[in-house]
Every structure is written in C-alpha cells, then in structure tokens.
Design a protein around this ligand. Structure first.
Ligand code: FMN
Length: 197
C-alpha cells in the first residue's frame, strides 16, 4: 500500500475541488492519491456516520491515515481557522500519535475562503499545528512556482488556497489550479524520496 491521502472537509465543494486538483498533481508523479472526506459534526453527539456518504468522496478511516505515505489536508476557512469536522477527526488520532505512525512523513495544506484577506494563511498555519505534534514534515510551496507572485486570487507559500468570493461562486482560477497541481506534485516527489530512505 503506497498512497498519499488527500484528506479534507468541505461544505460547499470548493475545498473539495482543490483536493481533487492536488490529487491530480500527485498522480502525475505516478503515486496513488486516496481522496477522503471527513463527515460533518452532528448536533447529536451520540450519532455516528457510515464511512460511505450518500454522495461524494468516502469518509476517511484512521487506518487509511496511518498507512499513507503522507497527507494533503484541507478545510474551508472558518473564522480564520480550520472547520470543526476536520478538527474532530484529528482529535481521534491520539493512538496514531502515540505510536508515531505519521512521524517523518510529509504533509501539506489547502483552504478556501470567501474573502481574499479573511484568514487563509491563519487557517493554513493553524492546520499545521496538530501535524507538527505528529512529527510530520510540513511541505509548502516555493516561489519558484511563479503563480505565487502573479496570482490575483488564492495561493500562498503555506499551501494553495481558493478565493471563493462574496457569493461563494468564484471558479478555481488558473493560478489556483496551477498551484494545486504543483503542490500535489511536490508532495509526491518528496514522499517518494523520504520513503526510499
Ligand atoms: C461558520 C463559517 C465561518 C466562516 N469564516 C470565514 C472566514 O473567517 N473568512 C472567510 O473569508 N470566509 C469564511 N467563511 C466562508 C468559507 O470559508 C467559504 O465559503 C469557503 O469557500 C467554503 O469552502 P467549501 O466550499 O469547501 O465549504 C466562513 C463560513 C462559515 C460557514
């Protein structure tokens, strides 16, 4: 089993769009990308979700997380931070953390927000914290990716982002698309190098 896990939460579908572009970038390097979502957090604390949702990508399991070569992790920006469903999933990874299952593997991040300066960077940075506790190696985007300098929409050195706009209907821009593909490629190249050692 050698795959990179693209793990995300998305309510309106934009973070999901970035997840699929990053997966395309990963697969362009000959590495399998396993795309998995996390379920909404239920208002009813006792209710549980099946791993097969009614539509969209399957929900991730902890085993899939542990067995991956590395991760791309995405969430919508919510008050400048990751959305609760992703944090809820991460909070179930304490066994994985204690056993060091993710240590020394690469991880990169992506997000989507309505406003251009509404907390993309803080969301990307805050998503890094739990994975640093896991001992993972954070992979950003270098400025040799020229779209970082040219973008009029999303895209940061901390990871790719999408600017969804006031009505949440901006399409993924050319710059965002190119950065998402580049991020997937970079993650795949690094994961293969690290896995060889
Ligand atoms: C509770 C909540 C909080 C949000 N907070 C922010 C925010 O801090 N900054 C921002 O620009 N957009 C914010 N948004 C908008 C989402 O980030 C935006 O719609 C995003 O594109 C949704 O991604 P998705 O389509 O993957 O669900 C918020 C939305 C919700 C529902």
């Amino acid at each position: 089993m050698s795959y990179l896990l693209v793990l995300y939460y998305s309510s309106g579908g934009r973070t999901r769009d970035l997840a699929h572009l990053i997966a395309k970038g990963i697969e362009s390097e000959g590495v399998e990308a396993l795309i998995r979502a996390v379920p909404k957090v239920s208002a009813n604390n006792e209710s549980t979700e099946s791993v097969v949702p009614d539509e969209g990508d399957c929900y991730a399991t902890i085993e899939e997380l542990e067995n991956s070569l590395g991760l791309a992790v995405g969430s919508p920006t919510r008050f400048g931070n990751m959305a609760a469903p992703l944090k809820y999933f991460i909070d179930q990874t304490s066994n994985c953390w204690m056993n060091g299952k993710l240590a020394s593997k690469p991880v990169s991040f992506f997000t989507s927000s309505s406003s251009l300066h509404g907390g993309q960077e803080s969301t990307l940075l805050s998503m890094m914290i739990p994975f640093l506790h896991h001992g993972m190696l954070v992979v950003g985007l270098p400025y040799s990716e020229v779209e970082l300098l040219r973008t009029q929409s999303g895209g940061t050195p901390y990871g790719v982002s999408h600017w969804d706009g006031e009505g949440n209907n901006n399409q993924i821009s050319q710059s965002e698309q190119s950065l998402a593909l580049a991020q997937g490629k970079r993650l795949a190249v690094l994961a293969q190098k690290l896995n060889r050692e």
